[in-house]
Ligand binder design. Sequence first.
Ligand code: PAF
Length: 286
Amino acid sequence: MKVCTTKVETRSVLSSFRKAGQTIGLVPTMGYLHEGHMALVRAATAECDRVVVSIFVNPTQFGPKEDLASYPRDTDRDLELLHAAGVDAVFMPSPEEMYHVDNQTIVDTVGLSKVLIGKLRPGHFRGVATVVCKLLNITQPDRAFFGKKDYQQLRVIKTMVRDLDIPVRIIGVSTIREADGLAMSSRNVRLTPADRKAAAVLSKSLNFADQIAGSGITSRQLEREVRDMIDAEPRANVQSVDVRDAESLGPVRGRITTPVVVLLAVRFGDVLLIDQRVISPEKGQR
Ligand code: PAF
């Protein structure tokens, strides 16, 4: 496994794969890898000849009061896991390598980046779109793999790739969950034991939403039912519960008759957890 810290080195390793006619899959990460990331790596390995993983805690997607400094990091363990998984190359730049000192360019999906999580975390999706655009330019993969847990992020990236004609296929990979249903996230380690236990309410509320969404309920009623269920957990501090069109993320009016996504953002202590479920009223969950 080739570990590269510069763009030049990464481009040279990947261009040798390309010259040999091999397809390249990119898995962008911020490190502190868990089973959810490894599922992305497995999907990339299954679909591409060569796999490159980036590890970069991207400062531009964190707000001034967010958890950039305390974001968990363990590079040695990450590299061991990726080596054992048969990854071909890792791109691990410093912030100085990634961003020019006089960096002036940003990428912003102007509508999508300002709604839902974008309202709670102003500037977050601009930072994500910009760094993912850069990672795609640096690695020029055939496919890039992202978790469906970060549903709005996936929509932002797909929209950016469409709008900027970036020649890559973006693949969404299903969420991997702990035994009690909690979606795997690098932030879970920052939960206190009591909050970790309480956080199971997120997936429980999504299961409940799945059961009642097809019963002629409106999107507003569904939001209220889910919010009430999470509010009943005293350790949960609900930031937002939204039922949106699964494709456009636009508002859904009246009864639910087409696929919707239920999006949750809930704080436990100072840890913000998100989760989601796409629900098709006729066919059940997707
Ligand atoms: O989902 C993440 O880990 C990050 O937002 C990403 C896509 C690697 C960009 O920094």
